[in-house]
Every structure is written in C-alpha cells, then in structure tokens.
Write a protein that binds this ligand. Sequence first.
Ligand SMILES: [Zn+2]
Length: 410
Amino acid sequence: MATRRPTTMDAGAVRRRNLSAVLELVHLRRGVTRADLTRALGLNRSTIGDLVAVLAENGWVDERDDAPRSGVGRPSPRVLPRDARLVAAINPELDVIDVALVSLGAEIVARRRVPLSEPPTVAATVERAARTVAELAADHPESTVVAAGVAVPGLVRHEDGLVRLAPRLGWREEPLAAPLAAAMGIPVAAANDAHLGCRAEQSFGAGQGARTMLYLNGGPSGIGGGLVVDGRPMDGAAGYAGELGHASVDPNGPLCACGAIGCLEALVPRAALAAAVGLEHPDDDTLESALLTAIVAEDTGGPVHEEVARQLRWLAIALRGAVNLLNPERIVLGGHLAALWRAADRDQRASLLGQALPVNAADATIEVAALGGQRLLIGAAELAWDGLIADPLSAGESDAARADALPVVS
Ligand SMILES: [Zn+2]
C-alpha cells in the first residue's frame, strides 16, 4: 500500500502556491541561493528553508553549500534543479520528428532527430514519438519521464491540444495530445511551435526581460509568430494569435498553403534559402553556417546575395505592419529568419524596420534567438512542466501511482 507523506496531506492552497513559486524560480534561474529566494518571494528565511526542504524531500531540488562567499557571514546554500524527473519535448516537422528529454532548468539531456522520407501523419507521429521517448528514457534509468509537450507547426486549440490546421503537414482537425498521452501513459500538452519558441526565448533566451516582444519563427513548415504583451505571452482567445507568416505582403504574390495570396511565408520560404546554398533539409545550425560561408565567398549580386536580399525585402514589409501594430521593444528572429539576419549587411539590417512608423520602431531592437536549434524543444518542455510546477507535490503522488502500476524488477 502506498503511504502518503504527511507534507502532502497537510498541503494547503497557500503552501502549494509558495512551493510552486520557489520551484518556478529554481527552474527559470537554473538554481538560486536561499537568500535569492527570500528576497525574490518576500518570505522569511525559515519559511523558505521549510519550502526548500519539502521540495528536496519530494525529489525536485538539491541543496549545496558551495556558493561563493560574498561579504560577511556564512554563504547562502544554493538550491539547484534535480533531474530525477524529466519531461519529453516533441516537434514534428515536414522532414523530421525532433524528440528530446529536458530537465528542470531547461537543459536538454538527450535528443534524437528521427528523419522522415515524407511528411508524417498524426498516427505516424504518435507512434514514432512515443517509441523514441521510450528509447531515450531507457538510456536514463535514473530519471522518470513525467509529462510531455509538443510543438506543432500549425494552429493548436489551447484547451485540449487539438490541431485545427497544420497546412504543410496536411493535418486538419486532428486530435494529437490525447492519442500521444494514451500511447505514452503520461500527461501531454500541445501548442503552436512559434508560441513555444517565443516562450522559451522569453524565459531563457533573447527575450529575457522584454515586456513587449514579437517573435518570428522560420521553420520547414513556414513562418509562425509569438507575442509577449505586458510581459506575458499573448496567445489570443483560443491559442491562434501571432500568425504573421500569413500576413499579406504581396497582393500579386504566389498562392500560400493557407489558401490566400502573397503571404509572408510563401515569399520567404526556408527551402529557397537552403536551395540557394545547395542544401535540401538542413537543420538551423547547418543552414546558417552554409549561408554565412556562401555570402562571404560569393561576389555581391550573386544568387545567394539575391535570395537573401529578396527575402529581407518581404520581411521588412511584414515587420512594417507588425511593428506599427505592436510597438515592440524587442523582435526575436528564429530558424531561417535568424540565418537571414546574420547574413544581412548593415544597410539591410537597418532597412528591416525602415518602413515602420519611426516612433513605433524607435524602441525596438532585433535579436536572433539565443537558444538556436533548441528553442522549440525547450518551449515544448515548458508546456510540459506547467502543471507540475503549478503543483509540485502532485508529481510525488503520480510517481507513486506509476510505481504501483509498474511491475517490480529486482
Ligand atoms: Zn498563408
């Protein structure tokens, strides 16, 4: 019979909220001192000590007395995320299913890119992702995979992870989170990939500290967007906000996969940039280094320069609308849009915001995604951590239930 710990039984709403606040800070800062926690949360030292002890007892954190001494007195013990629990992060794309195990503190501890010969169906995604997570988990027997998050290149309904539309994958009104949860036996949440990339960059990358931010993600399936307003993600009424990839930039342009004419993503495709440097399905890092090498090697006016200039011109038109609407302080570019920015010369960079109203663009800086090729997986992991960080002691109960359900191997 499973015995519940007294701390779990006594946990009230206030205590749960405080435990959650401590764990969230340990996660976001990848470790903090007890003194940091006392300052940041406005709780007294003995309360913090008690909360940290409960989190340690429940397998969430470790304490170490190795903080550097600063000033007089004893150094404050450091509270570090522990990787007894991991979450799975899954990102299906046209040509690959990218899977990782991610620890508290957003460190990727294992990753496998499963190459595909054709865009995956939902059923194939569920089967391949569940199998890959199980294989990666088997390599980490000291940890338990407790939840999963999926970054989907499409429109995903907040409440239940239903994929309303992923045009380039050919998915329409497809349940995804529910069948994955059934296949893996853990809670699964799904959301739009660019929203998750935005969240990852805001929490751990180039968006840290930004109150108003626009994030643009350039992936094999097109261009997605994420917004931060007043320091919080702005996902819209049901989860579909930020689709700047389908902003109209050329009324005489090509037909987009969404059915409209002249969308940004139809005019700024990753595949065209990759083709210009002779690659077919490069990951972000490969594309960026090939592009930078080609730009340096080629004379101005060559085909790579031409494609970069062409894509930047269309991007500037989309940014005109977005910057005038949002008045952002930060614009973060990910994927092939980050590669474009790095390949751009000084004049081209200046021209990206040159069409917006000057006062609307005055406070905006453009940055490339600091998490690089990890941003979508880290964002998907954030989604998976949400429920656990909100109620850290619930994880102990579900661990116990899982242990009861599994056959004991001795
Ligand atoms: Zn479109």
